[in-house]
Design a protein around this ligand. Structure first.
Ligand code: XMP
Length: 503
């Protein structure tokens, strides 16, 4: 495997995902405990990620220099590149900086740059730069602004740009060269092939008792339930808590699908309990808190009623495992995820069969398990559901508007063959009103805002350039089919500076 050392920021996951997409296995390691892990025979190469710090700041991430003397290929990226330079006696200084697409010139042919032209576009994001490479290092590439863009000494490489970012035209090729040519890794990583191993691990761990799994119809919890069922059969109890904030038809479909596979599902209709508490609440975080807290209450009650419940399974993914504190140095950008989480005092033992996987890998596993496309390609949906798509006071009327409008958005995108191509697509509603003409009468109605975004990991997102005729269809259907809606707008701000959800 390849160890991706997280030196802060969000880059390490992107690097690991890209390496896995290439078909090699990558894992993230924390910089303060990496040396022992890196010594293992299983580790064939090491990538040092970028990060927001400066190598000459007193508390910046630091690694034992021995990491560079294990005889294993090392690729330092951005901060990682500068760390190598400084550690081995080069000079790193603050420069004018390079941000965004930048041209680099390749100075000498090297296996790392196989398939690259003499000049290529890369993605830069740095103000520090390597002023002098350490002795014994060769400069492999320079940027249009004259900065060292790549360097090498033996099996140690550094690149100032970000090969893991899509804007680096041949970035994936470079990572592939590093994995296959420099490190000589031949093995092929296929997530679907892990199913047997996951099932065996569950069997080995759960000797007796019932495993409870909360399901929501999403791909992660559905795959979790199916894997558990493969391992344990009738000893799995799926719990679907209906908080009344799902999309149209979602609870019925989710429950039906799991039952058709033979999984025992307990459907809990808790709609009134959630919706009563939300009534009139305006503040977003308060809405999240109410849904999370109520979910925990209901779930606890339900589990208390399941005889011999010993384990709780969750569809936690790899980024959440790392984010929840396993790796130091990474800034936590968001803390609101997985609301509806289970309180820490909860007494069941936790099982997380998907904790080694990224979302796209879970989708591949889902596909290989024969789950329907509707589940495999389902968009991420927030734990607090449609509650975070209502701006201002929560009312049942707004909930219905959002629910019906979202259905129209999904139907029309699906009809145009676009639904699967985008990351998320939904409708929101707020307090502002617009005067409209319905029938022959002037009437004030709600403004529905449609949001469709493209993204790879929700950290950044671009508003989707949906063809006008599709938007037109969506807008006219929403305004004519849903009472009290007189205007439809389309959200055209990307993330950042906006977030994906309105609230
Ligand atoms: P934002 O709106 O922060 O969302 O750009 C990023 C991604 O996270 C989802 N999201 C949530 N998921 N509970 C969740 O489980 C939440 O409270 C929540 N808020 C946002 C959002 O749908 C997007 O995919």
């Amino acid at each position: 495997k390849i160890l991706v050392v997280n030196l802060g920021g969000q880059y390490a996951h992107l690097i690991a995902r890209r390496i896995r997409e290439i078909g090699a296995y990558a894992e993230i390691a924390s910089y303060d405990s990496v040396l022992e892990v890196a010594k293992s025979d299983e580790v064939k190469a090491i990538v040092l990620s970028g990060g927001p710090a400066s190598v000459y700041e007193p508390n910046s991430p630091d690694l034992p220099v021995d990491l560079l003397y294990l005889g294993k290929p090392v690729l330092g990226i951005c901060f990682g590149h500068q760390w190598i330079a400084k550690k081995l006696g080069g000079v790193v200084e603050r420069g004018k900086g390079e941000y965004g697409k930048t041209m680099v010139r390749i100075l000498s042919s090297d296996p790392l740059f196989e398939g690259w032209e003499a000049e290529e576009v890369v993605w830069m994001s740095h103000s520090d730069y390597v002023k002098e490479v350490p002795s014994g290092f060769q400069v492999l590439a320079v940027s249009e602004n004259g900065y060292v863009a790549a360097m090498r000494s033996g099996h140690i490489y550094g690149v100032q740009f970000h090969p893991e970012v899509r804007h680096t035209a041949k970035g994936v090729r470079l990572l592939e060269n590093f994995v296959r040519k420099v490190a000589g890794i031949k093995s092929v990583w296929v997530p679907e092939e892990q199913v047997g191993k996951i099932v065996e691990e569950i069997k080995a761990r759960v000797k007796e008792g019932i495993v409870v799994v909360g399901v929501s119809g999403g791909v992660d919890s559905t795959v979790t339930a199916v894997l558990l069922h493969m391992a344990l059969g009738s000893r799995v109890k799926a719990v679907f808590i209906d908080h009344g904030l799902f999309r149209e038809g979602e609870p019925e479909k989710a429950v039906q699908l799991l039952r058709s596979i033979g999984i025992d599902v307990l459907y809990i209709d808790a709609r009134e309990r959630f919706l009563k508490k939300l009534d009139g609440v305006s503040d977003c975080e308060e809405k999240r808190r109410i849904v999370g807290e109520t979910f925990a209450e209901v779930f606890t009650e339900v589990v208390a009623g399941i005889p011999n419940a010993k384990y709780l399974a969750q569809g936690t993914l790899y980024p959440d495992v790392i984010e929840s504190g396993a790796v130091k140095g990474a800034d936590r950008i968001k803390s609101h995820h997985n609301v509806g989480g289970i309180p820490s005092w909860f007494s069941l033992e936790l099982i997380e069969p998907l904790r080694d996987f990224y979302k796209d890998e879970v989708r591949r596993i889902a596909k290989s398990l024969g789950l329907p496309d509707e589940v495999v390609y389902r968009h991420p949906f927030p734990g607090p559901g449609l509650a975070v798509r209502i701006i201002g006071p929560f009312t049942l009327e707004k909930l219905e508007i959002v629910r019906r409008a979202t259905k129209i958005v999904e139907e029309e995108l699906d009809r145009a063959g676009l639904l699967r191509k985008v990351w998320q697509a939904f409708a929101t509603v707020g307090e502002d009103k617009w005067v409209g003409v319905k029938g022959d009468r002037r009437a004030e109605g709600y403004i529905v805002t449609v949001r469709v975004v493209e993204s790879e990991d929700a950290m950044t997102a671009d508003w989707a350039k949906i063809p006008h005729d599709v938007l037109d269809k969506i807008a006219s259907r929403i305004a004519s089919e849903i009472p009290h809606v007189t205007m439809v707008t389309y959200a055209i701000t990307s993330k950042p500076p906006s977030t994906i959800e309105p609230c």
